[in-house]
Structure formats: structure tokens, C-alpha cells
Ligand binder design. Sequence first.
Ligand code: UD1
Length: 434
Amino acid sequence: MDKYVVRGGNPLFGEVEIGGAKNAAVAIIPAALMANGVCRIENMPRISDVDLLLSILKQMGAKVRMVGKTIFEIDCTGVKHSKAPFDKMRRIRASYYLIGSMLGRFGNAKTAMPGGCNFGVRPIDQHIRGISAMGAGVEVKGGFVYAEANHGRLDGARIYMDKVSVGATMNIMIAATTANGRTVIENAAKEPHIVDVANFLNSMGADVRGAGTDTVKINGVADLHGGAHCIIPDQIEAGTYMAAVAAAGGEVLIKNVIPKHLDCIAAKLREMGVEIKEYEDSILVKRTRPLRRANIKTLPYPGFPTDMQPQFCAVLCMASGTSVITEGVWDNRYRYVNELKKMGAQIQADGKTAVIEGIESLTGAPVAACDLRAGAAMVIAGLCARGTTEVEDVSYIERGYEDFVGKLKCIGADIAVITEPDEPKSTDKEAIAG
Ligand code: UD1
């Protein structure tokens, strides 16, 4: 059981390198199951969600080789069955991509219902509607999902998504690559990692067009061969360091980013009085003045990302005036507010809205990471708080941030990891990881 101990007050200076996008990697690894041959993946983020998915593939019979610090070769040629280890699947939301890739490769899938960070109800009805429209019989029973293509292979279909869903768009896209005929996904999500996953699938011989727009067209091919791909930089990891500099003050060059993907985060920080300079593949963030209030509404891409909402809430705690956050994606994404209140934050959260009264300074306190991004928010709050903040349950943070502590230390943060003896794990905690 690790915890982070953060002593607040140090401004941040220097350079930080961003890793590969978590939410692309966690779809690309299951998608590699579709290939007969070796998939070479570069810029793989070194996070525990990636380790878990790689271990699921290995347990199913895949060969996984690390050939560089962030380069992996995955060969699923030897995987002969469509049954993934249920206990591991339940620990991660992105395990739902195995439903699409197993259906695409074997024509059937038997999986556990995916786990995931607890932001309220996280249904997979859009995923199921999509694969059902492609001719799969699907049954969800007792925490398991059973799916079987009618003729051993899915059929292309026109699918209109009732709700813009990142996961359902990618899952249907993956499954459709080897379906009979053409699949068209309308009202698709447009996040940058959807384009990235489409590029990976195309490197394996798939024919996916229009990813990144609201209409994705997939012409099914007979089978997929090995591919090669370099994962895009993580938009949310970059945004988190931008928020950290805004909160703590200082000047940091954030390297290996695609500035276009950070447009709405940069715009919001500028509104708050933070200076931002964009270069070709890096972004400079400088904060010397007090922060101004801002209102934020989270929306699907290109809107403000919901996965940056907790981190910005932490920053706005110190902005002058009253800020309002409206959560436009999830039903219950303010569980962390109680933790920030322990540090003196003045926040009223009700339903989808949080009203934040800016204060001069937060005060260090023992807090918990309720989920991945909420954990990052606690660290950000700790960086600018008076005194010491101890963040517990940091395994959530490590699911999605590569060497968070090491990278923060390099830019001057006073943060350390303390390892305490393990307590027996509660089943509850296992159930909500992802
Ligand atoms: C992904 C990200 C998550 C991020 C979210 C939105 C991964 C592993 N996780 O989650 O970090 O917060 O995108 O950017 O990539 N919905 C349905 N039915 C469905 C699917 C979704 O009603 O079948 C609803 C959800 O409850 C939510 C909204 O649609 O309100 C968006 O969810 P979705 O985009 O699917 O999120 P995930 O792909 O699970």
C-alpha cells in the first residue's frame, strides 16, 4: 500500500516528457488480438492498466515482448480461444474492447462485465446495441457477457449511436474490421485516440475511414495481419501537468504533445491568467500572477475533457472569485470533492454542478484518491497547499500516470512515495478499479 506525501509551496520549473495516450493504448492492446502476426507498438505508456491488459493477453496465449523502454511486440497468432481471465477483466473498464476483438477474430466472446472508475452507472448498452446490429446474439447474465455472431462472422451494419460514447465507437470499429461488408457508425465520438486506434487497425490491413469525425466507415476485410504503430501523446497526462503548473506556479515546458489536442485546456488556462506558448510538439506553461475564476463545462471532444474536470476543480480552489463546473458526460463525478474539502476547499457539489469559492490557500491533509483523475487532483491540490498532504489509494493514479512522482520531482515538486505494509484487500475496492 503506497501513499504519496506532498509538501506544498514549491513552484514548478523545468521540462516534463509526456508518454503515450492511456486511452489509446488500452484499446490498441485488445485490438492486437485481431492480428495473425506480430504487432509492434511504440510509445506504450508504462502504467498499470497497460500491464494488466498485456497480462490478460499473455494468459490467453499471446506472446508479449518488451523490445525497448516503451516498445512492445505482441503476437496473438497462438491465441485459440475467446475466453479472457474474468478476475482481471473485472478490474479494468477497457476490458470491454476484448468483446469487439474476440467477436472480430473468433466470431464469439465470453467475458466478464468490465470494471472501471466509479463515476456512477457505467452501462455498455451502446456497445451491445452496436454488435447486436451486426448480427451478434448477446446475453448479459450474472456479471458476464456472452456474444456470438450468427454465422460465425459479424455482418456490416449502419449504427446510429444514441449517446456519444468513446468506448462504444472504438469497440464497434474494432469488431467491424473483419465483418462481412461495410459498417457505418453515425454520431460517433471524435476523441484523438479514436483516430489513433483507427490508424493502428489500418496498419494491420483494416479499412477504417472517417475516424475523428462523427461518421466512421469500416469496410470489412477477410483477416488482419501484424502491424506497427506509434501511440499518440496522452492529452490528459499533458493537461494534468498544465494544471499542476497553474496551481503551483512556475514555468514548465511540456514535451512530446500534440498542441491541437490541448486547445480547450490551454484556452481555459489562458482565461484564468496562465501564459501558454505553443510550439510544434511542446507547450510552455507559465504562471506568475494570481489565478482568475472560470466556468467549465465538460463535453465530448473537442469540448473540455471530463477527465480533466477534477484537476481543474483543484486549481480553481485557489482562483479569485466563484467558479462553476458543469459535468456534461458522467452522472457522478464529484466524489473527490469531499477530499478537497478536507483541505479547506469551499465547494458545493450538487448533481452535475460544482460551485467553487476561491480561497487564498488550501491546507495539507490526509486525503484519498477516489479514482484515477481524482487522485491527480489531490496531488495538484497538495502541490500548492500549505503544509503536508498525504494521498492514499495511489494505485488508482498509477493505473494512468507514468512515473507521476518521478516526473513531478524532476520539475521541483516536493513529493515522495511511502510504502506501508499491505492491508487485506476489500472486494469493494477491487470492483471499482478502472
Ligand atoms: C472513456 C474513458 C474515460 C472518459 C470517457 C469520456 C477509457 C478506458 N475511458 O470511457 O476515462 O471519462 O471515455 O471521455 O477510455 N454511455 C452509455 N452507454 C454506453 C456507453 C456509455 O450510456 O454503452 C454513457 C456513459 O454512461 C457516459 C457517456 O455515455 O455518460 C460517455 O461514456 P463513454 O464515452 O462510453 O466512456 P468510456 O468509453 O467508458
